[in-house]
Design a binder for this molecule. Sequence first.
Ligand code: ZN
Length: 239
Amino acid sequence: MANSLEEIMQRRLKDYLQSSGTISGYVEDFENLFTELEASGYSYSIRHSRQGVGIKFHSKKLDKAPEIKDFGSPFQALKTTYYRCSFGYYDNSQKDEQSDHPGSKKRRFHIKDTKKMGCDAWLTVKCVRVYDDFSISKMSSMKSLAREKLKEALQSSSPPTGHLRFYIAASIDHSHPQSLSELNMRIHPTLHKEIEKIVKSGVTSTREIQFHLKRFIDNMFGEDSVPNATNRHFILPNL
Ligand SMILES: [Zn+2]
Protein backbone atom coordinates (compact mmCIF):
# COMPACT_ATOMS: atom_id res chain seq x y z
CA MET A 1 0.00 0.00 0.00
CA ALA A 2 1.30 3.40 -0.97
CA ASN A 3 2.27 5.86 1.71
CA SER A 4 0.12 8.91 2.16
CA LEU A 5 1.48 12.31 1.23
CA GLU A 6 1.16 13.40 4.84
CA GLU A 7 3.11 10.41 6.12
CA ILE A 8 5.93 10.93 3.60
CA MET A 9 6.22 14.65 4.33
CA GLN A 10 6.08 14.17 8.07
CA ARG A 11 8.88 11.61 7.92
CA ARG A 12 11.12 13.55 5.53
CA LEU A 13 10.64 17.26 6.24
CA LYS A 14 12.58 19.04 8.92
CA ASP A 15 10.59 21.69 10.81
CA TYR A 16 7.49 19.85 9.61
CA LEU A 17 4.37 21.91 10.10
CA GLN A 18 0.80 21.44 9.08
CA SER A 19 -1.80 24.16 9.13
CA SER A 20 -4.99 24.96 7.25
CA GLY A 21 -4.50 22.30 4.59
CA THR A 22 -0.86 23.15 3.90
CA ILE A 23 2.25 21.15 4.74
CA SER A 24 5.58 22.91 5.15
CA GLY A 25 9.18 22.21 6.11
CA TYR A 26 12.51 21.68 4.39
CA VAL A 27 14.80 18.95 3.09
CA GLU A 28 18.44 18.89 2.08
CA ASP A 29 17.84 16.47 -0.76
CA PHE A 30 14.81 17.32 -2.83
CA GLU A 31 15.53 14.74 -5.54
CA ASN A 32 15.05 11.95 -3.02
CA LEU A 33 11.77 13.31 -1.72
CA PHE A 34 10.44 13.87 -5.22
CA THR A 35 11.28 10.29 -6.18
CA GLU A 36 9.45 8.88 -3.18
CA LEU A 37 6.43 11.07 -3.87
CA GLU A 38 6.28 9.88 -7.47
CA ALA A 39 6.65 6.25 -6.44
CA SER A 40 3.72 6.69 -4.07
CA GLY A 41 1.45 8.14 -6.74
CA TYR A 42 2.03 11.84 -6.07
CA SER A 43 3.40 13.08 -9.32
CA TYR A 44 3.95 16.78 -9.94
CA SER A 45 4.68 18.86 -13.02
CA ILE A 46 6.37 22.25 -13.12
CA ARG A 47 4.03 25.15 -13.79
CA HIS A 48 6.53 27.96 -13.58
CA SER A 49 9.61 29.07 -11.69
CA ARG A 50 11.19 32.26 -10.51
CA GLN A 51 14.82 33.20 -9.89
CA GLY A 52 15.61 34.37 -6.39
CA VAL A 53 17.44 37.57 -5.52
CA GLY A 54 19.78 38.70 -2.77
CA ILE A 55 21.05 37.50 0.57
CA LYS A 56 18.43 37.09 3.28
CA PHE A 57 17.85 35.83 6.79
CA HIS A 58 14.20 35.06 6.32
CA SER A 59 11.61 35.01 3.59
CA LYS A 60 7.92 35.81 3.92
CA LYS A 61 5.16 33.39 3.09
CA LEU A 62 3.92 34.52 -0.28
CA ASP A 63 0.88 33.05 -1.99
CA LYS A 64 1.95 29.42 -2.38
CA ALA A 65 5.62 30.00 -1.63
CA PRO A 66 6.93 28.66 1.68
CA GLU A 67 7.95 30.90 4.52
CA ILE A 68 11.57 30.74 5.65
CA LYS A 69 11.91 31.65 9.29
CA ASP A 70 15.07 33.26 10.59
CA PHE A 71 17.44 30.52 11.77
CA GLY A 72 20.47 32.75 12.27
CA SER A 73 22.34 31.99 9.03
CA PRO A 74 22.20 34.06 5.87
CA PHE A 75 21.09 32.38 2.67
CA GLN A 76 20.97 33.12 -1.02
CA ALA A 77 17.55 32.64 -2.60
CA LEU A 78 18.27 30.66 -5.77
CA LYS A 79 15.00 29.60 -7.32
CA THR A 80 11.35 29.06 -6.50
CA THR A 81 9.59 26.35 -8.49
CA TYR A 82 5.83 25.99 -8.57
CA TYR A 83 4.50 22.49 -9.19
CA ARG A 84 0.99 21.21 -9.74
CA CYS A 85 -0.30 17.68 -9.45
CA SER A 86 0.26 15.98 -12.82
CA PHE A 87 -3.42 15.05 -12.78
CA GLY A 88 -4.31 18.71 -12.60
CA TYR A 89 -3.69 19.03 -16.32
CA TYR A 90 -7.26 19.82 -17.24
CA ASP A 91 -7.70 22.30 -14.50
CA ASN A 92 -5.29 24.75 -16.05
CA SER A 93 -6.81 24.65 -19.51
CA GLN A 94 -10.24 25.28 -18.01
CA LYS A 95 -9.12 28.55 -16.55
CA ASP A 96 -7.73 29.80 -19.83
CA GLU A 97 -10.93 29.01 -21.62
CA GLN A 98 -13.06 30.45 -18.92
CA SER A 99 -11.46 33.85 -19.35
CA ASP A 100 -11.35 33.64 -23.13
CA HIS A 101 -14.92 32.55 -23.68
CA PRO A 102 -17.00 33.47 -20.67
CA GLY A 103 -20.32 33.22 -22.45
CA SER A 104 -20.02 29.97 -24.36
CA LYS A 105 -22.50 27.35 -23.24
CA LYS A 106 -20.61 24.41 -24.64
CA ARG A 107 -17.38 25.39 -22.95
CA ARG A 108 -19.14 25.89 -19.67
CA PHE A 109 -20.29 22.32 -19.91
CA HIS A 110 -16.75 21.25 -20.71
CA ILE A 111 -15.51 23.02 -17.61
CA LYS A 112 -18.07 21.31 -15.41
CA ASP A 113 -17.41 17.94 -16.96
CA THR A 114 -13.63 17.94 -16.59
CA LYS A 115 -13.64 19.39 -13.11
CA LYS A 116 -13.72 15.97 -11.49
CA MET A 117 -10.59 14.88 -13.37
CA GLY A 118 -8.49 17.90 -12.53
CA CYS A 119 -6.61 17.82 -9.25
CA ASP A 120 -5.89 21.14 -7.55
CA ALA A 121 -3.00 19.87 -5.46
CA TRP A 122 0.13 22.01 -5.56
CA LEU A 123 3.69 21.98 -4.26
CA THR A 124 6.20 24.81 -4.16
CA VAL A 125 9.94 24.45 -3.63
CA LYS A 126 12.19 27.30 -2.69
CA CYS A 127 15.82 26.38 -3.19
CA VAL A 128 18.32 28.38 -1.12
CA ARG A 129 22.04 28.19 -0.43
CA VAL A 130 22.79 28.47 3.27
CA TYR A 131 26.04 29.90 4.66
CA ASP A 132 26.39 28.67 8.24
CA ASP A 133 29.91 30.10 8.53
CA PHE A 134 28.35 33.55 8.33
CA SER A 135 25.66 32.99 10.95
CA ILE A 136 25.18 35.88 13.35
CA SER A 137 26.33 33.73 16.27
CA LYS A 138 29.59 32.82 14.52
CA MET A 139 30.15 36.35 13.33
CA SER A 140 28.98 37.74 16.69
CA SER A 141 27.67 40.69 14.78
CA MET A 142 24.57 42.31 13.36
CA LYS A 143 22.76 40.82 10.42
CA SER A 144 23.66 43.71 8.16
CA LEU A 145 27.35 43.17 8.85
CA ALA A 146 27.11 39.40 8.36
CA ARG A 147 25.38 40.04 5.05
CA GLU A 148 28.12 42.45 3.93
CA LYS A 149 30.84 40.01 4.93
CA LEU A 150 29.15 37.22 3.00
CA LYS A 151 28.72 39.43 -0.07
CA GLU A 152 32.41 40.27 0.05
CA ALA A 153 33.38 36.63 0.49
CA LEU A 154 31.20 35.57 -2.42
CA GLN A 155 33.08 37.94 -4.69
CA SER A 156 36.48 36.79 -3.51
CA SER A 157 38.68 34.33 -5.38
CA SER A 158 37.66 31.46 -3.10
CA PRO A 159 33.98 31.99 -2.36
CA PRO A 160 32.28 29.93 0.38
CA THR A 161 30.31 26.98 -0.93
CA GLY A 162 27.51 26.81 1.63
CA HIS A 163 24.93 24.05 1.32
CA LEU A 164 21.54 23.70 -0.30
CA ARG A 165 18.19 23.61 1.41
CA PHE A 166 14.83 23.08 -0.22
CA TYR A 167 11.93 24.73 1.55
CA ILE A 168 8.64 23.19 0.70
CA ALA A 169 4.99 24.15 0.94
CA ALA A 170 2.35 21.79 -0.38
CA SER A 171 -1.36 21.20 -0.18
CA ILE A 172 -2.27 18.02 1.72
CA ASP A 173 -5.26 17.03 -0.33
CA HIS A 174 -5.21 15.46 -3.75
CA SER A 175 -8.52 15.10 -5.49
CA HIS A 176 -7.36 12.99 -8.40
CA PRO A 177 -8.91 9.51 -8.61
CA GLN A 178 -7.34 7.12 -6.14
CA SER A 179 -7.19 4.28 -8.65
CA LEU A 180 -4.83 6.34 -10.80
CA SER A 181 -2.83 7.36 -7.80
CA GLU A 182 -2.38 3.82 -6.55
CA LEU A 183 -1.19 2.58 -9.90
CA ASN A 184 1.11 5.56 -10.24
CA MET A 185 -0.17 5.76 -13.75
CA ARG A 186 0.88 8.53 -16.00
CA ILE A 187 -0.92 9.17 -19.22
CA HIS A 188 1.15 9.99 -22.24
CA PRO A 189 0.90 13.73 -23.13
CA THR A 190 -0.36 12.82 -26.60
CA LEU A 191 -3.29 11.02 -25.02
CA HIS A 192 -3.86 13.95 -22.69
CA LYS A 193 -4.24 16.19 -25.72
CA GLU A 194 -6.48 13.72 -27.50
CA ILE A 195 -8.79 13.33 -24.49
CA GLU A 196 -9.09 17.09 -24.32
CA LYS A 197 -9.90 17.23 -28.02
CA ILE A 198 -12.57 14.56 -27.68
CA VAL A 199 -14.21 16.26 -24.73
CA LYS A 200 -14.10 19.62 -26.49
CA SER A 201 -15.88 18.10 -29.48
CA GLY A 202 -18.80 17.45 -27.16
CA VAL A 203 -18.28 13.77 -26.24
CA THR A 204 -18.83 13.34 -22.53
CA SER A 205 -19.57 9.67 -21.89
CA THR A 206 -16.52 7.88 -20.53
CA ARG A 207 -17.33 4.77 -22.57
CA GLU A 208 -17.33 6.79 -25.74
CA ILE A 209 -14.09 8.55 -24.80
CA GLN A 210 -12.40 5.19 -24.22
CA PHE A 211 -13.66 3.95 -27.57
CA HIS A 212 -12.21 7.04 -29.31
CA LEU A 213 -8.90 6.62 -27.50
CA LYS A 214 -8.59 2.96 -28.43
CA ARG A 215 -9.09 3.86 -32.07
CA PHE A 216 -6.64 6.74 -31.74
CA ILE A 217 -3.94 4.44 -30.36
CA ASP A 218 -4.56 1.85 -33.07
CA ASN A 219 -4.12 4.53 -35.71
CA MET A 220 -1.06 5.86 -34.02
CA PHE A 221 0.86 2.58 -34.07
CA GLY A 222 -0.83 0.50 -36.70
CA GLU A 223 -2.78 -2.46 -35.38
CA ASP A 224 0.15 -4.87 -35.22
CA SER A 225 2.40 -2.74 -33.08
CA VAL A 226 0.01 -1.40 -30.47
CA PRO A 227 1.88 -1.16 -27.16
CA ASN A 228 1.50 -4.00 -24.74
CA ALA A 229 -1.20 -3.46 -22.12
CA THR A 230 1.48 -3.40 -19.45
CA ASN A 231 3.02 -0.26 -20.92
CA ARG A 232 1.39 2.05 -18.47
CA HIS A 233 1.92 5.18 -20.51
CA PHE A 234 -0.65 3.82 -22.89
CA ILE A 235 -3.05 2.09 -20.56
CA LEU A 236 -6.38 3.74 -21.07
CA PRO A 237 -7.48 5.73 -18.08
CA ASN A 238 -10.21 4.07 -16.10
CA LEU A 239 -12.39 7.15 -16.01
ZN1 ZN B 1 -3.44 15.11 -7.38
